[in-house]
Design a protein. Structure first.
Length: 385
């Protein structure tokens, strides 16, 4: 079935997970980009939650406080847009009565729904790169994967050490809350480690013809074009068009992962040598299992965001077990804050963030540096934090 058709089916309501039915039901919600330019990440968010829930159901259900719960997941598509994010979150809260929500994915959607989550005491496990998502007053929102701020410095330091001939950097980012925040960090950390920022551009997410923008960038003679938080298919398109314009320098993407989509859009030869942030090691045995489970929900390839939300769902389930309740959101939240260090799928997870954001609601995870070789993602190194 076509990816969009499957995404639409998920967006229409609850996908019941094949499992025994118990007297008690735990309902979880997902707000994510199930279609559109961010869907490579958005479907992985939904898939990670669903796979974790299916695994629990298949093992006999979630046992909490002397009761056994069947887990149901209801997902709505926000299309990576703030207005649709508000509509989806409102529906989950007011119509479906759900108190535990994963997402939204993008910063614009997340900032739009943040007041809803706080006012309604929704325990939200989210992803969005804007610094504004977390602050000293944040109570109910937890960011469960690293943002550019958490992985940019290890990545830039690696590039500096292993690619010493590269000096001048041009940065291209989406023209929205996500791109503004991440581009500022790109400029800050590249400069901190001795690189020179010689050009920067913002683009609308609907843009397909990057030639005028790239012509300006290439004229500045960058050694690196930094693709930042550009969605993977769009990043591949930029790579292709830059190469067609004669750009011979390096591409680096210290933003969300997605090598298969980059290669599909750029072509194997043009994508060769691109340095990328990798969310997880795809050669890992458990990752392979996740991929096989994901393909039962959505067409491949699976984006590594799946790993983060699979881990996040399991952190939530374990917090409920420790709290002895699924109904007392405050008790579950308190248990969640104490649950780290937590053994995640590919390393140790821990809460951090107070120094930057004012609250320890940011999950810190290992960083993987990757490179595209012969059309495939190759993990070069793992950096524990």
């Amino acid at each position: 079935m076509h990816r969009t058709a499957i995404a639409t089916a998920a967006a229409l309501g609850t996908l019941l997970l094949a499992a025994p039915t118990y007297a008690e039901t735990l309902r979880l919600g997902v707000v994510s980009a199930l279609s559109g330019p961010g869907s490579a990440w958005g479907l992985a968010v939904d898939g990670g939650v669903r796979i974790a829930a299916k695994e629990i159901n298949a093992a006999g259900g979630l046992k909490v406080g002397g009761k056994t719960y069947t887990i149901e997941v209801t997902s709505y598509d926000d299309k990576y847009k703030a207005a649709d994010g508000v509509t989806a979150a409102t529906r989950l809260i007011e119509q479906d009565g759900i108190k535990y929500i994963f997402g939204p994915l993008g910063s614009a959607s997340m900032l739009a729904v943040k007041p809803l989550y706080e006012q309604n005491e929704i325990l939200a496990l989210v992803n969005s790169y804007s610094d504004k998502v977390l602050d000293k007053n944040t109570k109910n929102i937890y960011r469960v994967l690293p943002t550019t701020r958490e992985f940019i410095e290890p990545m830039v330091k690696w590039v500096k050490q292993h690619k010493p001939g590269l000096t001048n950097v041009a940065v291209i980012s989406p023209n929205d809350e996500t791109g503004w925040a991440s581009q500022a960090l790109q400029k800050e950390y590249y400069a901190k480690h001795g690189f020179k920022i010689i050009a920067s551009e913002l683009f609308e997410r609907s843009l397909k013809d990057f030639q005028p923008l790239l012509t300006r960038m290439i004229a500045a003679k960058p050694d690196i074009i930094e693709l930042d938080t550009t969605p993977p298919p769009t990043a591949g398109l930029i790579i292709r068009q830059a190469r067609e314009l004669g750009y011979k320098g390096a591409f680096v993407k210290i933003g969300g992962p997605g090598v298969p989509e980059i290669v599909n859009a750029a072509g194997k030869d043009f994508a060769e040598g691109t340095i990328v942030y990798v969310g997880a090691d795809a050669s890992d045995t458990k990752y392979k299992w996740l991929e096989s489970e994901y393909q039962k929900l959505y067409p491949p390839p699976m984006n590594s965001f799946n790993v983060f939300f699979y881990d996040a769902a399991n952190m939530l389930f374990e917090s409920m077990r420790k709290a002895g309740t699924v109904g007392d959101v405050k008790a579950v939240r308190a248990a969640l804050e104490k649950i780290t260090p937590f053994k995640g799928m590919q390393g140790t997870l821990s809460w951090t963030g107070k120094a930057y954001y004012g609250s320890d609601h940011q999950l810190l995870v290992p960083v993987f540096v990757g490179m595209i070789e012969n059309g495939e993602e190759k993990v070069v190194t793992k950096i524990d934090q």
